[in-house]
Ligand binder design. Structure first.
Ligand code: FES
Ligand SMILES: [Fe+2]
Length: 390
């Protein structure tokens, strides 16, 4: 980095060489104002995963929240998924409060019954011009539809770009796909489908979202936090994924496919099925790519000290859907649940520790914590315009 580092600025100390760097200051994990800044400066400008396409059947509208913002996901009869701000253009009523099917094809506000179609167009404004007058010469419905947010559906993950000015989604994804090109292609990934049963789980953690990310980025804690996993996939057989512009993570060279289904992705070389990778696509999409299944964990920040982790598994062909593989899906899901639950105390413990003024961002293992620092630098770069102006 060319800019001179201001050693008095806690945020800039992340840019020092790893041996002398400190991590993000406590305030980034404990303050409401930092949470709001994360939303505006870290999440809004990029691509954020807000949930799964399989949560939204055709002809449904599903309300979700991202960091306090009410959003609405719809899927029309042609299977097109869209994301809107979940607010009526009239008096600002939250439009949809419960997930459900919209048999009429219209999303109707419960306050004055204005109605929108699945493309967000305003289709009905009853009595806007007085009793029995559903139009008014000075009111143009065409400019008063729902506000759509750019979105993309990839591996059943719904990504949105709140600021509307991010790079195109395909460009955002390209570095990771490039890395994975030795195993998969965009086409072969389509062989994976969301599991129809035993495919989802959700965990609430009492921590800032960043700590869940940081924990996923490193394998250093494996011997102490995941003794079972470490017994068959030890730390010595984990490796660091090279750090990209917008991702980092770890891989295993000794992944063992669970018994019960033995198909693998068609493009995956047979001699490499022991490889598996666990990157974070910044800011909040965590992936597990294995030859026989895939998972996404999306970290949804709820407050500065609370997050929700939502996980979805995908399998190959009928392994994803057929009843005869139900037990297999269940055992894979339960294995991951065990691993992810083991991490909760660590993530929550780090949150507790950040209440201490004796901790000032901490220090890093120059070998084992490189990804954590990579993430801190990525976050700090996005926060710096705000911190400079303070
Ligand atoms: S607030 Fe929605 S119709 Fe009035
Ligand atoms: Fe872990």
């Amino acid at each position: 980095m060319n800019k001179k580092i201001d050693l008095e600025s806690p945020l800039q100390r992340v840019h020092l060489p790893i041996e002398s760097a400190n991590g993000l200051p406590n305030e980034c994990y404990t303050e409401r104002s930092a949470f709001d800044r994360d939303r505006e400066l870290v999440f809004a400008p990029g691509w954020t995963c807000i949930g799964f396409g399989s949560d939204v059947p055709a002809d449904w509208a599903v309300p979700v929240e991202l960091m306090g913002l009410p959003l609405l996901i719809t899927r029309d009869k042609n299977e097109t998924v869209r994301v809107f701000h979940n607010v009526c253009s009239h008096r600002g009523m939250q439009l949809v409060t419960e997930a459900g099917r919209l048999g009429t094809g219209l999303i109707r506000c419960k306050y004055h019954s204005w109605a929108y179609d699945f493309e967000g167009n305003l289709r009905g404004t009853p009595m806007i011009g007085g009793v029995d007058q559903n139009e008014h010469k000075d009111f143009d419905p065409a400019v008063n539809g729902l506000r759509e947010i750019p979105s993309a559906l990839w591996m059943d993950n719904i990504f949105i770009n709140l600021s509307s000015d991010a790079q195109p989604f395909d460009e955002f994804l390209a570095p990771l796909m490039q890395r994975w090109s030795k195993w998969v292609t965009p086409e072969s990934l389509l062989e994976l489908q969301p599991a129809t049963t035993h495919g989802k789980m959700e965990l609430s953690v009492n921590s800032n979202w960043k700590l869940a990310i940081e924990n996923f980025l490193e394998a250093y804690h494996l011997p102490w936090v995941h003794p079972t996993l470490n017994s068959y996939s030890p730390l010595s057989e984990h490796y660091d994924i090279e750090r990209g512009e917008n991702f980092a993570g770890q891989g295993s060279s000794n992944y063992q496919s669970p018994a019960g289904a033995n198909s693998t992705l068609s493009t995956w070389p047979a001699e490499q099925t022991r490889f598996a990778e666990y990157p974070v696509l910044y800011p909040n999409a965590l992936f597990g790519l294995q030859a026989d299944h895939f998972f996404t964990m999306t970290i949804l920040p709820i407050s500065e000290t609370q997050s929700v982790e939502r996980v979805q598994l995908m399998f190959l062909g009928e392994v994803a859907t057929d009843d005869k593989y139900s037990e297999h899906r269940k055992s894979v899901l339960e294995n991951w649940r065990e691993v992810f639950l083991e991490d909760v105390f660590a993530v929550e413990g780090m949150q507790q520790g950040r209440r201490s003024p004796a901790y000032q961002g901490g220090v890093f293992s120059p070998v084992m914590d490189q990804h954590t620092l990579h993430f801190h630098r990525w976050v700090a770069k996005r926060l710096e315009p705000a911190s400079d102006s303070e």
